[in-house]
Design a protein around this ligand. Sequence first.
Ligand SMILES: [Fe+2]
Ligand SMILES: [Fe+2]
Length: 156
Amino acid sequence: MPLVWNKDLEIGIPEIDMQHRRIFTWMNALLEQMREGKGKYEVARFLGHLGRYTEEHFATEERCMRRYGYANIALHMQLHDDFRAVLDHLQARLKKEGASTSLALETQKVMHEWWRSHITEKDTVLAGFLREKIAEEQKKSGLSLPQLPVTSGQAP
Ligand SMILES: [Fe+2]
Ligand SMILES: [Fe+2]
């Protein structure tokens, strides 16, 4: 299934959208490698990159949730922990069995499903809350220009 980036995946918080797009770019790269029969050779690199970058991405969202007092922070953080468990399972499989086409397939499928549903069902709800808070903040401060809620982190 193609991992098409579309408007449904845009949540309207520029820094977070940029991070989500980057994750999709990597998932697409893995899919492309699989189509060329090279998924087996790319899956370890993909899992390593994603593991590191995911921490940065989750930290961005968690910083936003704390800053604006998001009521569902515990649940949202639990969902991020669930993802860590999925990633740990794939990394453990890689360590135990080595890279394989079947691991690449499972990785691509699981990652695609998790990110698509988390973004469209959970991050969009968070983004709605953040947009309201940011608008309130701007109104209070008299600013009319859009502001990013957090500072940018460095991508790996
Ligand atoms: Fe996210
Ligand atoms: Fe999230």
